[in-house]
Write a protein that binds this ligand. Structure first.
Ligand SMILES: CCCCCCCC(=O)SCCNC(=O)CCNC(=O)[C@H](O)C(C)(C)COP(=O)(O)OP(=O)(O)OC[C@H]1O[C@@H](n2cnc3c(N)ncnc32)[C@H](O)[C@@H]1OP(=O)(O)O
Ligand SMILES: Cc1cc2nc3c(=O)[nH]c(=O)nc-3n(C[C@H](O)[C@H](O)[C@H](O)COP(=O)(O)OP(=O)(O)OC[C@H]3O[C@@H](n4cnc5c(N)ncnc54)[C@H](O)[C@@H]3O)c2cc1C
Length: 671
């Protein structure tokens, strides 16, 4: 082989970066994982998955949808075998699926089908269905969305008409638009579905309710009579979400027993009488709240993977400025690269901490629901909806930014970034379109402000709105740059901006004769107010986290720097709102920018350490650019030769297509 195909530059660069890190990376790994014990469990499971050849994912981007779905079934079956053989806890089993890193039918089975039964089934129904689902004797999916309606859940068309003579519901899809469309796992894997359909009894439509329907035979997996079911087709990009069998489903007068109505919220008697249980109807949305809470946690994970790849590669990659025996400049040293990269790094930590808090809030509401206390449900709904919206929008945008930060090589599938983006970007749509979800937050804010008008202070994350009079009149007092490096100063800026934007919306709505029409008219402003409120939550929870004890040398100091990177970057990116609400002057904004630049300088030597602290294995990252050892170029070169197109020296298309043209040209030019 001609020439040396090794390149020590990359590994040397990362070794040097690691020698400069100023904080205890091992301790930060514990912070990131959420505790020593949790870190140990995660380490054990991620190593187990990385070393198991069944979970290999290198060839994924080159495979077609059919093969990908088949392989994802193989992986799910193998994972299930591991759960059983190793007697894993539910948490360990979840971690296995997580590190396998592949959207698949099992996500919906465990993530939505089972939670929907837990949330909406009676105790008796749970006793019947949960053991079957947990043993995977049945495979379930969550069939809510239809071809014609997704966001507008109340507009779903599938019917469940009660027939008292047979004590059965008759499921029917009355139109093309009523076809269930999108449910993951429905296309090819599921035997059962939680189906959302309009409950009709005694000629009256009681709106959308959840039912359990068997759709495929447990003997041979064929669709049951009256059921039409299949996959909806290839999605977005190679790999990505194409490991999932998103499906379509139609019912032609399919009969299910009356007991298959999930009856926690309402029952229908044998005689066909509809009886409400007394629980609020919002509990019917419980599975969505649960998944949105998970999605918030997932955002930090996806973001941390993208930024690990971009940071390590930015330290390995060099452009310009060499000569006289000196190497060229590492692209991570360019200020513009830092200003795009470091806020993403800081956001990964910010989202991790808000996700931790979200989990405690969610657990709290679940405990309250057990004792019929529904008071915090609106708050949890607003938080899960709003944070899901802004965390996923930012993460999707930033994975793409990380790809761009990696230049041309970022566009190669072997960078891992195109697949990561393909797998992640639908989270801006599923579990509620992000714009629609922000409107739910806006409604919550308007309600909270009307409480203030009525002399009652809002609680929880909206409590700051109780101070709206002060927040709307007192402006920022920062005179010197260093004053920005204060948690309270930063938090007040975010609260004032959100309160002012929400207050302005409330005033417009108050003046309007038709509230709904006004809400629609000012929906863009409402969305901005909602986004500003969600940013208050993230900044607040990050600041709250900083009050805790941190293990290891330097961890707290660098996290503090990341807090200011996160918040000051947001202030500069949303400068128009901070200025137009009159809270900040342009001089104060300029001082914030100076401080942000100073913070970037503090992040710089720690950047590689901060991404190492995420503890991602090379298997999980699936990226040549993001390799832990930095040995990028030899591996890119090697991977090119593993490309199936290079299996033959002469392309297969040469004989039938290229040769005749080339011959023809030869004859024409008489060469
Ligand atoms: C496992 C990982 C893989 C995930 C794969 C993805 C799976 C999926 O995508 S499943 C399908 C998800 N679908 C969606 O998310 C649909 C989005 N739409 C919705 O959530 C709702 O229909 C929504 C909120 C937009 C509007 O609901 P709708 O009933 O029409 O209206 P609305 O009148 O606004 O709400 C009624 C009340 O319920 C409340 N509410 C709405 N949603 C919820 C909720 N989730 N929890 C609690 N309360 C809620 C509202 O605040 C309102 O309260 P109030 O009457 O006190 O003001
Ligand atoms: C990969 C993937 C997996 C999915 N998995 C499942 C699943 O397992 N089970 C399931 O039931 N569903 C699933 N879905 C469906 C998903 O939940 C819906 O697509 C989602 O809720 C959005 O609804 P929609 O498609 O009706 O969008 P639409 O509501 O049609 O949105 C289209 C556009 O209109 C805008 N818009 C809509 N209404 C308004 C309004 N009132 N005001 C202003 N703008 C508006 C939206 O912002 C958006 O820009 C999945 C979807 C995807 C992409």
């Amino acid at each position: 082989m001609a020439g040396d195909l090794t390149d020590p530059m990359g590994p040397n660069a990362l070794r040097e970066e690691r020698s400069k890190v100023e904080f205890d990376v091992e301790a930060m790994k514990v912070v990131w994982a959420g505790g020593v014990e949790e870190k140990n469990i995660q380490d054990r499971i991620k190593t187990l998955v990385a070393n198991d050849p069944v979970f290999d994912k290198k060839s994924r981007p080159g495979l077609d949808h059919k093969t990908l779905v088949k392989l994802s079934m193989k992986k799910a079956a193998h994972a299930f075998k591991l759960f059983q053989e190793q007697n894993m806890t539910e948490h360990e089993a979840t971690l296995v699926r997580y590190y396998v890193d592949e959207p698949g039918f099992a996500d919906l089975h465990w993530g939505m089908f089972i939670p929907a039964i837990k949330g909406q089934g009676t105790e008796e129904q749970q006793k019947k269905w949960l053991p079957l689902a947990q043993k995977m004797s049945i495979i379930g999916c969550y069939a809510q969305t239809e071809l014609g309606h997704g966001s507008n859940v109340q507009g779903l068309e599938t019917e469940a008409v009660f027939d008292p003579s047979a004590d059965e519901f008759v499921l029917h899809s009355p139109s093309l638009t009523s076809t269930k469309w999108w449910p993951g796992g429905l296309g090819k894997a599921s035997t059962h579905a939680v189906v959302y359909a309009r409950l009709i009894t005694d000629g009256k439509d009681y709106g959308v309710h959840a039912f359990i329907a068997q759709i495929r035979s447990l003997e041979d997996h064929h669709p049951l009579p009256g059921v039409t079911v299949g996959d909806i087709g290839v999605k977005f990009s190679n790999g990505g979400y194409n490991t999932m069998d998103n499906g379509l489903l139609r019912f032609d007068h399919v009969r299910i027993p009356r007991e298959n109505l999930l009856m926690r919220l309402a029952t229908v008697t044998k005689e066909g009488k509809y009886v409400k249980s007394g629980y609020p109807k919002q509990l019917g949305y419980g599975a969505m709240v649960s998944v949105r809470a998970h999605i918030i946690n997932d955002a930090s994970d996806f973001l941390s993977r993208a930024v690990t790849i971009a940071t390590r590669y930015s330290a390995v990659r060099r452009q310009f400025g060499g000569g006289d025996g000196k190497p060229e400049i590492q692209v991570i040293d360019y200020k513009s690269q830092q200003s795009r990269l470091f806020p993403i790094l800081a956001s990964s930590y910010a989202f991790r901490f808000v996700g931790e808090w979200m989990t405690t809030l969610y657990d709290d509401v679940m405990a309250r629901l057990q004792v019929n206390d529904f008071t915090t449900l609106p708050e949890v709904h607003a938080c899960t909806a709003g944070l899901k919206s802004i965390c996923t929008s930012y993460t999707a945008k930033s994975i793409e930014e990380c790809r761009i930060l990696c230049g041309g090589h970022g566009y190669l599938c072997s960078s891992g970034l195109p697949e990561l983006y393909g797998a992640y970007v639908p989270s801006c749509t599923y579990e509620g379109d992000n714009t629609i979800l922000l409107f739910q937050v806006a409604r919550y804010l308007i309600k909270s402000l009307s409480q203030v008008g009525g002399g009652k202070n809002p609680t929880g994350t909206a409590a700051y709105l109780g101070n709206i009079r002060r927040l709307a009149t007192e402006n920022c007092r920062v005179k010197q740059g260093a004053e920005w490096l204060n948690y309270q100063t930063v938090l007040e800026a975010f609260q004032a901006r959100a309160a002012r934007l929400s207050g302005a919306c409330a005033l417009k709505l108050n003046k309007a004769p038709d509230l709904e029409a006004a809400f629609e008219e000012y929906s863009t402003d409402m969305g901005e107010a909602a986004q500003a409120h969600c940013q208050v939550i993230i900044v607040d929870k990050f600041a709250e986290k900083m009050k805790s004890e941190f293990p290891g040398k330097g961890t707290k100091d660098i996290l503090e720097v990341l807090f200011f990177v996160y918040s000051l970057d947001l202030i500069t990116r949303h400068a128009a709102e901070f200025l137009s609400t009159g809270y900040l002057t342009s001089e104060q904004l300029a001082l914030a920018k100076d401080q942000l630049r100073a913070c970037f300088r503090k992040v710089r030597p720690n950047a590689v350490g901060l991404v190492d602290a995420f503890g991602h294995t090379d298997h999980y990252l699936g990226s040549i650019l993001g390799r832990y050892d930095g040995d990028v170029y030899p591996n890119l070169y090697k991977a090119a030769w593993e490309e199936p197109l290079n299996d033959t020296v002469v392309a297969e298309g040469y004989e039938p297509y290229l040769r005749p043209i080339l011959k023809h040209q030869l004859r024409q030019s008489k060469l």
